[in-house]
Design a binder for this molecule. Structure first.
Ligand SMILES: *[C@@H]1O[C@H](CO)[C@@H](O)[C@H](O)[C@H]1NC(C)=O
Ligand SMILES: *[C@@H]1O[C@H](CO)[C@@H](O)[C@H](O)[C@H]1NC(C)=O
Ligand SMILES: *[C@@H]1O[C@H](CO)[C@@H](O)[C@H](O)[C@H]1NC(C)=O
Length: 261
């Protein structure tokens, strides 16, 4: 066995061990699926979902029989998938926020346990998009956009609406960056889409931006007070302006600065 394969196996092992402890976010009034994470080859004979330290059962599968009304708290809101052992909680409430345990048994009497830590939040909202700054240099329009999610545990991604034939200096599509820094030629506008994803739900918002004649000089627009990384943003903007205006190899330095930021 080579060193690489040992490392690889170790990573796979770590990944599997960690995967048994899931964190998931759900939203009030919506549904969430708690994954049992069971091996797909397993033929499940028993599944027991429970809550609290005293193992209060809420849903079970026993020899083909499903019972999802075992405890008042989740009564009438649960669905148990007998193939996968996944538990769906419908019409989420804030107090569904807790750790869920599952015990799984297959036809060979092998047993597995897993835990899912469910965080319940207010409904996922559209992210807020702000133009942090824009200016023109040598016929190129540079724009910095910032996407602000409404909650926590949200993954952001940027996509152009239609064809974008300019370049990404920082925050290319699918990069999960909240800040997007783009440049393109000409006096036109582009539209970008920021999607906030909680894993099971998506909400997106769009912004159309361009460089206008009045905006020849760098101008930092006012940012909302909820901006947590304003200082970082200020550093990025300062660094970018400096890089663009004074560096001899502007683009190269810009890339370096953008990556560093
Ligand atoms: C288990 O704990 C919960 C919350 O602490 C409590 O409401 C419930 O009555 C307990 N069940 C048993 C069987 O003790
Ligand atoms: C924005 O992106 C999301 C996710 O890729 C997509 O579902 C949505 O249709 C896009 N909206 C527009 C206007 O392109
Ligand atoms: C990008 O699109 C604009 C407008 O459609 C066009 O004027 C420009 O030449 C294009 N640039 C490139 C590099 O294709």
């Amino acid at each position: 066995m080579t060193l690489q394969s040992v490392v690889l196996l170790f990573i796979v092992y770590i990944h599997q061990v960690c995967a048994r402890d899931e964190n998931i976010t759900g939203y009030i009034g919506q549904s969430v699926i708690l994954k049992s994470g069971v091996d797909q080859s397993w033929n499940l004979t028993r599944v027991q979902w429970s809550i609290y330290e005293n193992t209060t059962f809420i849903a079970s599968l026993n020899n083909g029989k499903i019972n999802t009304d075992r405890f008042w708290r989740h009564k009438g809101r649960l669905e148990l998938n007998p193939k996968t052992g996944d538990l769906t909680i419908n019409d989420l409430r804030l107090d569904d926020n807790m750790i869920y345990s599952v015990a799984l048994v297959n036809s060979n009497e092998a047993r597995e346990d897993a835990e899912v830590n469910l965080t319940v939040q207010e409904r996922l909202m559209k992210p807020d998009i702000q133009k942090a700054f824009n200016f023109t240099k040598d016929g190129q329009c540079y724009i910095v956009l910032k996407c602000i999610p409404s909650g926590e545990n949200v993954i952001l991604s940027w996509t152009p609406v239609g064809v974008f034939n300019g370049s990404y200096i920082s925050g290319s599509p699918k990069s999960k960056d909240s800040i997007l820094l783009i440049s393109f030629s000409g006096n036109r506008s582009v539209t970008f889409n920021c999607t906030a994803s909680s894993g099971q739900h998506n909400e997106s918002n769009q912004i159309t931006v361009g460089c206008t004649e009045e905006n020849q000089k760098p101008e930092v627009c006012s940012l909302c007070s909820s901006c947590t990384s304003m200082v970082l943003l200020a550093i990025v903007i300062t660094a970018v302006v400096f890089g663009l205006l004074y560096a001899s190899k502007g683009k190269k330095n810009l890339l370096y600065i953008a990556n560093w930021a």
